[in-house]
Each structure stands twice: as C-alpha cells, then as structure tokens.
Design a protein around this ligand. Structure first.
Ligand code: SF4
Ligand code: SF4
Ligand code: FES
Length: 528
C-alpha cells in the first residue's frame, strides 16, 4: 500500500487511489467540479490543483494516482492562487442571476466562491458572453447554457450510464456551450440525474425549479416505492409537504441514480390524500372518530366471520405495505379472523416497462416481501376475486387504493357484492369510493419499516414527519383492531414487529434494524 503525506498527515491507501480520494481519508477537502465518483475522469475543470513535491507544475488531484512517498500540499499560497484563478475564469462569463437562480443554496460556484474565491471581479459586465437561457431540452430538465462551466459531467453521464448521448459540446473557446442536436431532446428514463450531477445551475429540474428554496428543506432516508428495485432515496420536505426525491447512494442497489418515474412518486404523498376516518351512511360519507371506528370495524369483521364462518371474510393485502404491516395483516387474517382468504394485489402503473438497468416491471416495492411472508398473489388473488364476485364474501378488509388491474367501474361493481368493505389506504381511489369504512393511513414518508426488494434485499425506510390530517400508521390500526378482539398484542412500533418477524420467519432469521443498516441485508431464501 503506498504511503504518502498530505498537508503533513501520513496516510496509507490502496494502489491506484487518486490524490483527491486519498485526501478525503485524512479529512482534507480538495475542491472539484468535473470529478464524479461514478463517472470516468475528465480532468478538465482544473479546480482540484495541488502541489506535489518534485513536480514542477501543479497537478490535478482527481487524475493523479498516488505513489509511495509522495508529498502533497493543498494549503500553499501557490495552490490557493491557482484555485482562485480558476474560479475567476469560470465566473468571467457567468450570468449574474445568483439572487434568483433556482440552484441557489446548492450551487458549486457559490459555495466554492465563498470558500476559495472571494476575489473582486476584474471583468466588465459588457464583456460577458451570452448564451441561451431556460431551454426545455426534454425529460425532466431545463438547460441554462450561460451558467455551464463545461465540466462535461452531463456528457459523460449520457455516454457512460444511459448510453444515449443526447448532450454534446458545440462551438469553441469562450463560445463553447452544451446543447442537444436540434429536434433531438433528451430521450432516456434517467434525465433527472443530470440536475443532481450538474455542479452549477446549468441543468435544473423542471419539476423542482422555483418551488422552494433548498435551505427551507429537511431530508430523511427513504426508499422509492415506484418499482421493486427499491432505489435508495433522500426525501426532501418542508413540514408535511414533500418537494422532491433524490437518489441516495447504495452500490448494491441503485449506485448513485434513480429513474424519472420514481422521482415523481412523491406527488401521491401530497395529493388526494385520505385525511379523516369515515363511514358510508347510505350514499353519504360520515366523518367519525378513530375511537369509535376502530372497535366498530373490528367487531363487524369478526361478527361476519362468526356468523357466516371464516370463509365468508377476506383480506386483500398490498405490496405497497411494509414487511411489518404484511406480517401483522397476515396474523390478523389467519389468527384473529381465522380466514384463509388472503391474497395481495399489485398496484398497476404504466405498461410494466422494465430495462436492464434499474427499472423493474413490478411497480411495487414489496411484492417479494409479501410472498416471503406467506401472502400469495397471482392465481390465489384471481380466485379470491372470483369468490367476491360470486357473492361468497360478507366482509372484506382491503389495503391499497386499487384492486389489481380492475378499472374504477369494475372495482365498484366487485365491491358492491360485499356488504362490508373496510379500506385502509393513503389516497382517494376506487376502493375508498366504494368502501363502507375508510381508515386513512400514513404515507411511506410518515411511517417507518422495511421493504424487501425484487432481489431479496431488505431495506429500511424512515418516518420523515408525522402523518397528515388524522391518518394513522397502519401498524397502529392493525394492533388496535386485533387487541379490541382480545389478541393481547404488545407491539410498540415497527422495530418490535420486525423483531417478531426475525424470530418466527426463517428467511429473516438473525436480522435486525441494526444489521440491515443504511445499505440493506439480503434474506436467506431462494427466489420466490
Ligand atoms: S451543463 Fe452542468 S454538468 Fe453539463 S457540462 Fe455544464 S456544468 Fe457540467
Ligand atoms: S427504478 Fe424503481 S425504485 Fe428506482 S427510482 Fe425508478 S421507480 Fe423508483
Ligand atoms: S476535478 Fe480535477 S480537473 Fe476537475
């Protein structure tokens, strides 16, 4: 292992490490723009210049591999003058729209200017080179060519990750600019990542632009619910409003990326939410309190099972539910109601498109978890729907906003065959419209738990903020209903439910929230 010193500190690093990454090991920040850990090295922005003993000229830290005995300094006057000079050059033609720029608060130019620049501009306003602003170049992206510092991250992303190559450099020298070919907009499913990797405000998100200043946002770890890949995300919110999702790095799942469809899944957590519990009285909805609704619903479900036999009650689960919720729901169905009529239905979104990168055909985060926990889908679900439509079910508990691929009309017709439909869900939809009782549930941002992705990786998502309106955590709903019927469940929070899963469900044996950690842990069972 080569040993080198950086600003007088000694560090051992694996062979092949660059100075920039070796510096991180000893807590030294080297400013950089064009370097991105998931892209090839371009070495074109010159921000990362450092002094290396015995080298006549300053070296770029992102592209210089360490050698044993190397002596590197990042804190000399020569380095600071060079970095300030590079920034000054970049800012010569940068537009002066900083106060209104939609990248304010997370712009690499602003941040490095405050840390390393602080120079007086020697450039005349009239001499600035003007380029096209606010161009819709397709996908989720707006391009402001004037703000671009020509780092080529976007070009490399489109060449190396999506391999679609829509953006190129045009013209020379001061007039060099980034653009698409005329009439050939961005055409891939991952365009949102361009706004994340552009170090300045040249490529920004159409969806997020001017919605909220980033310094008002807080973030928490979450998992995208848009498909069974389970991309790790940071969810950004202000109070109980979500503003955007950004990929959180996990080399075992999504590397540093996420797809465009997944990025927009946050909207459903803001819009058309079910916020109060209610009962349908004739055609009208009557708002009721949780205190009266929970025992009422629990007793009515149980009474149906006692009266007609457990085969006349059924439970439809959702692969949008967490492992913890599915585990308790299965126990509620089989132990408390005593029924075998339990199956799950897929949320259907789009045409089931998949690619060989991230996007999966199954648009649910936890189908694998549901199956591992013993809840079937497919033929079992079809059989349950036939039973319902044949009038064989008196009481039905439904999690999730839709019944598989059924249209709203078909759902209404199906649910009309059941005297008592109890719905636990987050959004207004065909099921809530037809249900007898609606129990509003916390969204994925408002509760915690685990999902098992398509590859069997169990991943944690965390509660970001309290549930909107009067919505409740579905675990709380299940425990309250079960205990009203004498179950005596002592679960307090999702971690305690997961402990029970790890103790009783073989594929999860030995797992805990601690062992799952930031990056997830795989279940120990063959693909199901
Ligand atoms: S648009 Fe952004 S990412 Fe692309 S070259 Fe310019 S500054 Fe770099
Ligand atoms: S690939 Fe799937 S999990 Fe990942 S961001 Fe897209 S929809 Fe979400
Ligand atoms: S980060 Fe090293 S040259 Fe750009």
């Amino acid at each position: 292992m080569p040993t080198l010193t950086i600003n007088g500190m000694t560090v051992d690093v694996p062979p092949g490490t660059t100075i920039l990454n070796a510096a991180k090991e000893v807590g030294v920040e080297i400013p950089h723009y064009c370097y991105h850990p998931k892209l090839s090295i371009a070495g074109n922005c010159r921000m990362c210049l450092v002094e290396v003993e015995k080298f006549p000229k300053l070296q770029t830290a992102c592209s210089t591999v360490v050698a044993d005995g190397m002596v590197v300094r990042t804190d000399t006057e020569k380095v600071s003058k060079a970095v300030t000079g590079v920034l000054e050059l970049m800012l010569t033609s940068h537009p002066i729209d900083c106060p209104i720029c939609d990248q304010a608060g997370e712009c690499g130019l602003q941040n490095y200017y405050m840390k390393f620049g602080l120079h007086k501009s020697r450039y005349d306003l009239e001499d600035k080179v003007h380029k096209k602003k606010v161009q819709d170049i397709g996908g989720q992206i707006v391009l402001d060519a004037e703000r671009c510092i020509l780092c080529s991250r976007c070009v490399r992303f489109l060449a190396e990750v999506t391999k679609t190559q829509e953006l190129h450099f045009f013209n020379r020298g001061n007039h060099s600019e980034i653009s698409i070919f005329p009439g050939k907009p961005l055409a891939n499913d991952y365009t949102g990542n361009l706004a994340d990797i552009c170090p300045v405000g040249a490529l920004t998100s159409k969806d997020f632009r001017f919605k909220c200043r980033v310094w008002f946002l807080r973030m928490f770890d979450s998992i995208c619910t848009g498909c069974s890949k389970g991309c790790n995300v940071d969810a950004h919110h202000k109070d109980d409003v979500l503003y955007r999702l950004k990929p959180r790095w996990n080399d075992a799942v999504n590397q540093a990326w996420m797809c465009d469809a997944g990025r927009l899944t946050y909207k459903a957590m803001n819009e058309a939410r079910l916020l109060t519990p209610f009962l349908r009285d004739g055609g009208d909805r009557k708002i009721v309190s949780w205190g009266s609704l929970l025992p009422d619903v629990a007793f009515r479900l149980k009474a149906a099972a006692d009266k007609g036999g457990p085969d006349r009650v059924a439970v439809i689960a959702s692969p949008q539910s967490s492992n913890e919720e599915l585990y308790l729901l299965r126990r509620f169905a089989t132990e408390i109601l005593g029924t075998k009529n339990l199956a799950f239905t897929h949320r259907v979104a789009g045409d089931g498109f998949a690619d060989d990168f991230l996007i999966q055909a199954d648009k649910n985060p936890n189908s694998r978890g549901a199956r591992i926990l013993g809840i079937p889908d497919g033929a079992a679900f079809d059989a349950l729907v036939s039973k319902i439509s044949g009038g064989g079910i008196d009481a039905l508990l439904v999690f999730g906003g839709a019944i598989g691929a059924l249209s709203e009309q078909e759902t209404t017709a199906l649910l009309a065959k059941v005297p008592l439909v109890v719905h636990v869900g987050t959004n207004e939809g065909p099921v809530s419209k037809a249900a007898t009782a609606v129990l509003p549930s916390a969204s994925v941002a408002e509760r915690g738990g685990t999902f098992t992705n398509h590859a069997g990786r169990v991943q944690l998502f965390r509660m970001g903020f309290p549930a909107r309106g009067k919505a409740k955590n579905p675990l709380e709903i299940l425990v309250a209903m079960a205990n009203r019927l004498g179950a005596g469940w002592g679960f307090a929070g999702e971690a305690s439910v997961f402990r029970a899963i790890a103790e009783t469900e073989a594929p999860f044996a030995g797992m805990s929230y601690e062992s799952i950690g930031m990056f997830g842990q795989e279940v120990t069972c063959p693909k199901s």
